[in-house]
Design a protein around this ligand. Structure first.
Ligand SMILES: C[S@@+](CC[C@H](N)C(=O)[O-])C[C@H]1O[C@@H](n2cnc3c(N)ncnc32)[C@H](O)[C@@H]1O
Length: 203
């Protein structure tokens, strides 16, 4: 059976593949590999999330489940003075994300290994960005949503992307129950980009 992209220590044979893309007017080069999500190409959901992203003036961004680092690296380039932390459980993804930070000349970001919010347990952010690991199971995705308010500043935002056919609408309902309300900020190619903002009533 093919190895899952969320394996902690992938053992599949290395097969590096370069991904060159232009996003929001900036050129990027990423090294991807076997055993890591979306080898050799930019995932359409990830791309849509990055097209929709509006970081505003912000200080801190979390890319939870960073894979080889696309979301956090683009956010670091787009953010004006913000610092970005990228995290993943997959050891190979963490190594690639570190490599890709260097390759793209990003200095305002760092990569930490670990599950869910453990690597940032004591931190709060202005934005949490995540293309969630739906294949890792509902319990993981539920925790990404339900624990997000504890890791956001007041007015901070959780941004998620999911395929409509893989449960984007139920994900939105879970965000609404944690935050009070959740909006669809972009749709295309069968995906929805969802956003929820932490107000005084978020649980
Ligand atoms: C759908 S992929 C998205 C990867 C990357 N952000 C992108 O858009 O290309 C989800 C990522 O979440 C990671 N992941 C799975 N379970 C996790 C967990 N419990 N904590 C943190 N990351 C996890 C996977 O290893 C994978 O890299």
């Amino acid at each position: 059976m093919a190895e899952q992209y969320f394996s902690r220590r992938p053992t599949s044979r290395r097969a590096p593949a370069e991904v060159r893309v232009s996003i929001r007017g900036h050129g990027f080069v990423f090294t991807s590999d076997a055993g890591v999500f979306s080898r050799g190409r930019l995932d359409r959901g990830t791309e849509l999330l990055l097209e929709a992203l509006d970081l505003g003036a912000c200080e801190s961004v979390l890319d939870l489940g960073c894979g080889y680092g696309v979301v956090g690296i683009v956010a670091a380039r787009l953010s004006d003075g913000g610092r970005v932390i990228l995290t993943d459980v997959n050891k190979r993804a963490v190594a690639l994300a570190r490599w890709n930070l260097q390759a793209n000349g990003i200095r305002n970001a760092e990569v930490r290994m670990g599950g869910l919010y453990a690597p940032v347990a004591d931190l709060r952010f202005d934005h949490i960005l995540c293309n969630p690991p739906l294949r890792a199971g509902r319990a993981i995705v539920d925790r990404i949503v339900s624990e997000a308010p504890d890791h956001l500043h007041e007015g901070g935002r959780l941004w998620l992307v999911a395929r409509t056919r893989q449960g984007a609408d139920s994900l939105r309902a879970r965000m609404a129950s944690a935050f009070g309300v959740a909006e669809i900020v972009r749709r295309g190619s069968g995906y929805k980009v969802l956003r929820a903002t932490k107000g005084p009533d978020a649980s």
